[in-house]
Design a protein around this ligand. Structure first.
Ligand code: T3D
Length: 266
């Protein structure tokens, strides 16, 4: 698939995906959804891609759904009302599931405002860095909607119910440093440091024990639903698998030989 609304390239083990509709703050159209889905499927299937780095072009990260595709005449009571549930089912939910189930680390470099589904796509990623000038806005209530793209699931888990309710009901922007202080994201950085730091983390993860990292991601996600017994069983099974990888052998050998491991992602 040729891309018109995103940029995508894999180099040095990193699949870089840039949302690229800067004039509309990288808001989602059907086409952009299709292209992002295709790119993430490619990253998942590509053994050369050992982590994914998502960011946005221009001054914003992503302003959620492109509302020009939802334009209505509020005075026309007979105007057709869109089935937004269908939009979630067909596009936003598969996107969030794709990021969550991708067995490779997904880094998000939030370069500017992240609003609506744009904020929750960022929060679905594994390591979220943000420029200090970036803002996170659960903009849904401002247009009569409910946080989607996993927001009602991730917000209480990340910041607790009181802050989740404040963010979702008030729809106010919070800045990147507050987001980091609250545990919504990993780190807020000076704007000029965002991409260098995101690239450094991506390079590190791309040279990591890819299968083990994928298992870590899945184990932590499952912990949110499992009780301790179930999680201990899961850790046993995952450790069995990790212990059989070439990368584990290399990790132990490198430790004993006092050298840096050269993981191959196998
Ligand atoms: O519909 C479904 O399928 C259901 C799923 C819904 C998921 C959702 O994401 S619903 C929430 C949709 N998003 C929003 O409500 C956010 C709307 N945008 C804003 O509130 C503001 O733009 C921001 C707070 C994000 C940024 O404000 P600011 O002042 O920095 O920029 P701006 O001037 O508002 O925007 C710059 C341009 O981007 C502007 O275009 P123009 O006037 O220069 O031609 C603006 O219209 C455009 N833009 C920003 N957000 C959107 C958008 N165009 C279309 N859709 C947008 N979401």
């Amino acid at each position: 698939m040729a891309y018109e609304t995103i940029l995508y390239a894999v180099t040095d083990g990193v699949a870089r995906l840039t949302l690229n509709r800067p004039e509309k703050l990288n808001s989602f159209t059907v086409q952009m959804h299709e292209e992002v889905r295709d790119a993430l499927d490619r990253a998942a299937a590509d053994a050369e891609a050992r982590c994914v780095l998502i960011t946005g072009a221009g001054r914003g990260f992503c302003a959620g759904q492109d509302l020009s595709d939802r334009a209505v005449d509020p005075n026309d009571a007979d105007a057709a009302r869109p089935d937004l549930g269908e939009s979630l089912e067909q596009r936003y939910n598969p996107l969030i599931r794709r990021i969550a189930k991708l067995e490779k680390p997904v880094i998000c470099a939030v370069n500017g405002v992240a609003a609506g589904a744009g904020a929750n796509v960022a929060l679905a990623c594994d390591i979220v860095l943000a420029a200090r000038s970036a803002k996170f806005i659960q903009a849904f209530a401002k247009i009569g909607l409910v946080p989607d793209s996993g927001g009602t699931w991730s917000l209480p888990r990340l910041v607790g119910m009181a802050r989740a309710k404040g963010l979702a009901l008030l729809g106010e922007a919070i800045d990147a440093e507050t987001a980091a202080d609250w545990g919504l994201i990993w780190q807020a950085l000076p704007d000029e440091d965002l991409m260098p730091e995101a690239e450094a983390i991506a390079a590190r993860l791309a040279q990591g024990p890819t299968r083990g990292l994928g298992l870590i991601k899945t184990a932590l996600a499952r912990s949110l639903d499992n009780d301790l017994d179930a999680q201990l069983d899961l850790e046993r099974d995952f450790q069995t698998e990790a212990g059989r990888t070439d990368d584990y052998r290399e990790g132990v050998a490198a430790f004993l030989e006092k050298r840096k491991p050269a993981f191959k992602g196998r």
